[in-house]
Design a protein around this ligand. Sequence first.
Ligand code: CA
Length: 233
Amino acid sequence: MSKVFQATHVGKVRRNNEDSLIVIEPETFVVADGMGGASAGEVASSMLVEAVKNFLTTTPAPWNEVTLVKAVARANHEIWNLSRQNEDYRGMGTTATILYLDGDKAYFAHVGDSRLYRLRDGVLKQITEDHSYVESLVRRGELTEEEARVHPMKNVLTQAVGAMPEVQIDAANFTVRLNDVFLLCTDGLTNMVDDATIARILQTARNPADELINAALDAGGKDNVSVIVVGID
Ligand code: CA
């Protein structure tokens, strides 16, 4: 069984919310952070969640991480095709972070710089790796985590769904434990709120989704912010 909280907010600076999130039965959770001019970012992230939902709900169980990868690949195909057909949508793309829970197994698929975290025994761990230019420099040892946090190119993604004809999708599975808490979020949270604060809210808040959003807004709310929190009990 799981307990689910979700929330999204435009933030204090942006006029549009280009994030999308969805909970799909059974126990599948998706966040997407769109990018592109005019309303293209909103189009890309909403196409992502709809395409994933359509793919999964027409695919018989059992699902696993390969199913999730296929769903993201389908979304990539649809978003890329629309961006080629419509001048207004040229260059649009979106992040995608998907978690599917089945008994004691968790499966995920991931593109971009939204994140999946797991809180276990009070320790917050980032499960996904950011597909961003600065993160690639950190992995090569050319930049520290602290330098990456304030780098001017921190928003540049190395992979996005729909931005190219093909996309590289990370995917894996792991075993779930009782009392694990999962967090899916867009960078509007993680650029504003540090890991220690996120961990504290996940452990103490009555409604962790609303409290995480409030923490991002209190810190400036410079971006759209979206979160899904799933507690295993
Ligand atoms: Ca964002």
